[in-house]
Design a protein around this ligand. Sequence first.
Ligand code: DOR
Ligand code: ZN
Length: 414
Amino acid sequence: MWVGEQAALRETVERVADCNVPGKPASSGGKRPIARRTRVWPDGQGCRLPATKSGPACDRGAIAVPRLTVIDAIELARPDDWHVHLRDGELLRAVVGHTARQFGRAIVMPNLRPAVVTVADALAYRDRILGALAPGVDFQPLMTLYLTPGTTTADVEAAVRAPHVHAIKFYPAGATTHAEAGVPDVLACSQVLRAMQHHGLPLLCHGESIDPHVDVFDREATFVRETLPRLIDAYPGLRIVLEHVTTAEGVAAVEAAPENVAATITAHHLAYDRNAMFAGGLRPHMYCLPVLKRAHHRAELVRAATSGSSKFFLGTDSAPHLRGAKEASCGCAGIFTAHAALEFYAGTFASVGALDRLEQFASRAGAEFYGLPVASERVRLGREAWTVPAKYDVGDGELVPLGAGESLPWRLLV
Ligand code: DOR
Ligand code: ZN
């Protein structure tokens, strides 16, 4: 059971207890079952429940008694994934359907080998992604270019003209999987950054220090302290996304920054803290970069994601690696989450009684940041337990998904 679900159960039990206190509305009849109405639960300030067909209004609204309502279904505009790794070839064909089932659009990361550096590379990759989809599947890959020391202002201008290219991704050289083509110092890319600022092309940052003396758990906080403020000061109009933010420091920096600075948050960083990597032994399938952090960082991520802020939006960083590459003496960083991303996000939002904010986070804030329309199509998630497969086959190999073999309480209803 993942951390968020434990919290959800604890909270449910506490609120059930609240509901059973004497003096509740007559309809409660003492020990009453959890209400199955689609309403958010109160925030502790008092009961806000109006009358519905299935029950009367709370008669104690004025005297602040919380009362339980569990949401058992939610409908929202079709969400987008603003950060995903789809890979190429056989692995692309194995994973793209998962993302396309969950999301209408996705910002596709360019860290292939060789990297997606030019618009021509991006358009060819886009064609391969579309070609890997089953016939009739409606999904839009939104392409990105990989920032290298050789990237020019002409590349930026070509990207701006290309309708399917939406951003440039900055990897600090060597910071993570396939990041060796990245740049050692992003601030040295002044002409490119000026052109991006001028044209409004977003810079997507893998925000980690590559100073070898910095502890792996401090790499994001160091980047946020030493590099991000200089980037924001030098290019005040540059649209920046701090990708997969994982720390309280990162959240605070984004909140304090102007509107043009935002962040994506993954499902796994919301659901787990770093203990998950060591639960009963070493868990390679829980290893990603930036690495999972302490519980108090997770709490800040949950607060930010569920705040309703337009600065934080969904980006799974779903990053598939075959089992053999994960269960190795030097295993790859990356967690595959595309099979159940929305279910994990819904579980986290439910755990803090914030399902009414999921649409803002999953379907609206990112579209607004990228200047794209919110989807008119809608999807439904239901509280309906299901078991995540232990693995997905990929040719002769296997992919181990997040939550393999575990039961999840939420399900995307398609
Ligand atoms: O865990 C990660 N995996 N972090 C990244 O930044 C890259 C990704 C990948 O491509 O595997
Ligand atoms: Zn990534």
